[in-house]
Design a protein around this ligand. Structure first.
Ligand SMILES: Nc1ncnc2c1ncn2[C@@H]1O[C@H](COP(=O)(O)OP(=O)(O)O)[C@@H](O)[C@H]1O
Ligand SMILES: C=C(OP(=O)(O)O)C(=O)O
Ligand SMILES: [Ca+2]
Ligand SMILES: [Mn+2]
Length: 727
């Protein structure tokens, strides 16, 4: 049914119900009834009440229910006249005061005014830790003092670095004029600046600190255009002009330390800016945020490994951003929040405000700037929330390797026997889909750390692609899209608020961000033992990589450093060719050090813990994009099952030409003929040409890495160089 005809039908249906009820009410009015005395509410009152509702247009469902039962009744008694009985609950009238109805069913509410009545609705949260005992830094301070310190810390975050003082901050929504908020005003400013400084120093910045999802929903719906509640309870939002990340606008401050430590130059995601430019953008963001009525502040954690937890503060202007990060970072308990102290890293998200293109190094109106020395990130000119998530991931790619911990752009899950699998892959290759597995515990879908103690998730939530999402194929993700979940850039039915996941009108990159515990078999805390399987996912739109191959350690390293995937050319007209992407470590956009540093750590850990590497093609089979088809998700899941169970380790293998990949001859639940891609191609000549073409692309890409040594071992370096395609 088209949208227009559906709406027309809905309108007609409403019109129909409306006329039915008017007829019904009219017939009630004229029908004499013996039992009239028993009807405790005069039908005229019903008439008046209903007519009133009808005019107000609020009572659609009420009226629908009423008219439906009346229609059923008329059909049942065959008279066309409803049996005069009240469809509503009985209300007893006072016999003595005839014809006057009053409700004496309950006690009167203890309130003199409507405002007083409404003040009863919300009970104060009982958040505070008992002050006695060993509760950390704040154990000896009063609740007032603790709140003062917290506001001072936020004021310090928001301070202009040229004016020397922080803004005056006050807790709470400026729209809610509660006496408590006013009392904070008097006590909690940082310093009293004189009027000569500037008008901005006279103004208060209201801080909405770690709001709950319900509060953030209210903020979003009240103040942010494009915020709606969908039929499943998720919050639909729009990210504005940018519906994906802007890697070319990412900038890293180059200083004496980062100059030597980071990966710069060809292939690197790190484009430099100087310290001064960072400060210019930081000031721009801070001034913008302080000019607003209110800002959102989230204090949260990264990394479930308690020894390597990072405290992050996110200052943003939108409830959307605050709820997104609430879902994506680890949520502190009330006690943890009270003892939060100073953050290790701060994001200033002024995404609605552009950067100034007259500023040095700026090539567009968008800038995402990272300053590792200051431990700060500034976002200007993009509201896409994924920038915050992946920006923090970049930070972890710097901080963790310094502690000998490997940071991984991978999904991760664990079987009932404690067998852990990692799923590496670029965007859209299946990390989220395949790590979310009903038969296994989900540790995380995107960002992990591998330390001497095992694996830990960096995040507290998942960020799933929603395009063409179906309940049947991905039930756990489908069911996670409920109250609390942020749905970005999706399209929904105006009336029913049902999401149309097939609709790409806004973007193909529609997303859902939800807390990890929305997945029923999430492993909380999100940590696990050392991985047994390392699965490299490539969505090969050329259709020449096998659905699965077993890799040697050298091959695993070769493919890890290559980081290949091929995306379909997209929906644009005329472009038929798949486009190969090589992204070192399956996440070149986020790594900070040279790829070989991560590769060396991965090799060492895989060797030490005896993990097996696998290459899984979640892309095309039977021809390239345009001729063949994407490998069925059900088959990929069977392949992954066989890896997890260990049965694939013992399969019979044959070696492919060119890439030298070991491919199994049979897997339970997967048609054997698809396991060798050549079998699925009608045109064998085309297959060979495409295979050679892809091999050439691999070779070209790897040239940049041929001069590097991987780890301390010359032997491994040579093996890795030999592990690429041979032709
Ligand atoms: N054979 C397959 N294996 C994995 N994903 C598939 C397959 N076929 C289709 N898909 C779709 O591809 C997308 C993979 O995206 P996702 O798991 O979010 O990737 P990532 O987390 O790596 O960015 C999902 O929309 C999924 O439904
Ligand atoms: C959020 C992202 O991750 P992924 O697509 O890998 O899930 C991203 O790349 O912007
Ligand atoms: Ca609260
Ligand atoms: Mn993902």
């Amino acid at each position: 049914m088209t949208d227009i005809s559906r709406r027309k039908e809905q309108a007609e249906f409403r019109g129909f119900t409306e006329s039915v009820i008017l007829i019904e009410i009219a017939s009630w009015k004229i029908s004499p009834s013996k039992q009239r005395n028993d009807i405790t509410m005069h039908p005229n009152s019903i008439l008046n009440a209903t007519a009133h509702f009808s005019l107000a247009h609020f009572s659609f469902f009420f009226r629908f229910q009423l008219s439906k039962s009346l229609r059923e009744d008329m059909a049942a008694n065959g008279t066309g006249i409803p049996t005069p009985r009240s469809p509503l609950a009985r209300i007893l009238t006072d016999k003595k005061r005839d014809a006057i109805c009053h409700d004496d069913s309950g006690k009167a509410v203890k309130a003199q005014t409507i405002d007083e009545l409404h003040s009863l609705q919300r009970k104060r949260s009982a958040p505070t830790t008992p002050l006695e005992g060993t509760q950390g830094a704040f154990a000896t301070v009063s609740e007032d003092e603790r709140q003062r310190q917290q506001l001072q810390s936020i004021s310090a975050s928001l301070a202009s670095l040229t004016r020397g003082t922080g803004p005056k901050v006050v807790r709470g929504d400026p729209a809610a004029k509660s006496p408590q908020a006013v009392s904070h005003v008097a006590h909690h400013h940082v310093e009293a600046p004189t009027i000569s400084v500037s008008d901005s120093s006279l103004k208060f910045t209201h801080v909405l600190y770690n709001l709950s999802p319900a509060e953030l929903y209210e903020q979003a719906i009240k103040y942010e255009k494009g915020s709606f509640i969908t039929s499943s309870g998720a919050l639909a939002t729009m990210s504005g002009a940018k519906t994906g990340r802007s890697p070319r606008d990412k900038r890293i401050v180059i200083d004496d330390t980062t100059q030597d430590e980071l990966w710069w130059g060809k292939g690197s995601p790190n484009i430099e800016i100087d310290e001064h430019t960072f400060m210019v953008n930081r000031e721009r963001a801070v001034d913008y945020l302080n000019s607003l009525d209110k800002v959102f502040v989230n204090d949260q954690f990264l990394n479930w490994d308690p020894q390597n937890r990072i405290k992050v503060r996110i200052v943003s202007a939108r409830a959307y951003h605050s709820l997104f990060m609430h879902n994506m970072c680890i949520r502190p308990t009330i006690e943890e929040l009270e003892n939060f102290g100073t953050p290790d890293f701060t994001i200033y998200n002024a995404g609605q405000f552009p950067c100034n293109r007259y500023t040095h190094y700026m090539t567009s109106s968008t800038s995402i700037d990272l300053n590792l020395a200051r431990r700060e990130m500034v976002i200007l000119g993009t509201q896409y929330a994924g920038e915050m998530k992946k920006g923090l991931f970049s930070v972890m790619h710097y901080l963790m390797p310094k502690r000998q911990i490997l940071s991984l752009h991978s999904g991760c899950n664990m079987g009932k026997d404690g067998d852990v699998a990692l799923f590496f892959g670029l965007s859209g290759t299946g990390k989220t889909t395949l790590s979310t597995d009903h038969n296994r515990y989900l540790i995380g879908d995107d960002e992990h750390c591998w330390s001497d103690n095992g694996v830990s998730n960096i995040e507290g939530g998942c960020y799933a692609k929603c395009i063409d999402l179906s309940r049947e194929k991905e039930p756990d993700i489908w069911n996670a899209i409920k109250f609390g979940t942020v749905l970005e850039n999706i399209v929904f039915d105006e009336y029913t608020r049902e999401v149309d996941y097939a609709d790409k009108s806004v973007t193909e990159n529609t997303r859902a961000a939800y807390p990890i515990e929305y997945i029923p078999n999430a492993k909380i805390p999100c940590v696990g033992p050392h991985p047994k399987n390392v699965i490299l996912l490539a969505c090969d739109a050329f259709g020449v990589l096998p659905p699965v191959s077993k890799l040697s350690l050298a091959q695993t390293m070769y493919h890890f450093i290559s980081g290949y995937t091929a995306l379909v050319a997209g929906t644009e007209d005329g472009i038929k060719e798949p486009t190969a992407t090589f992204s070192a470590c399956f996440g070149a956009a986020f790594i900070m050090l040279h790829p070989t540093k991560y590769a060396a750590m991965l090799a060492e850990k895989m060797q030490k813990h005896g993990a097996t590497g696998w290459l899984v093609n979640t892309g095309w089979s039977g021809g390239s994009y345009g001729t063949g088809n994407r490998i069925k998700l059900a088959y990929t899941r069977k392949i992954i099952d066989a890896i997890h169970s260990g049965s694939l380790l013992n399969a019979t293998y044959e070696k492919t030409e060119v890439f030298g990949l070991e491919i199994p001859t049979a897997i339970e639940g997967v048609p054997s003929e698809i396991l060798h891609p050549e079998n699925t191609w009608g045109d064998k000549h085309a297959y060979k040409n495409t295979l050679l073409k892809l091999a050439g692309l691999f070779k070209n890409n790897f040239e940049t890495f041929t001069n590097y040594k991987i780890g301390k071992d010359n032997k491994l370096t040579e093996e890795i160089l030999a592990a690429g395609p041979n032709f």
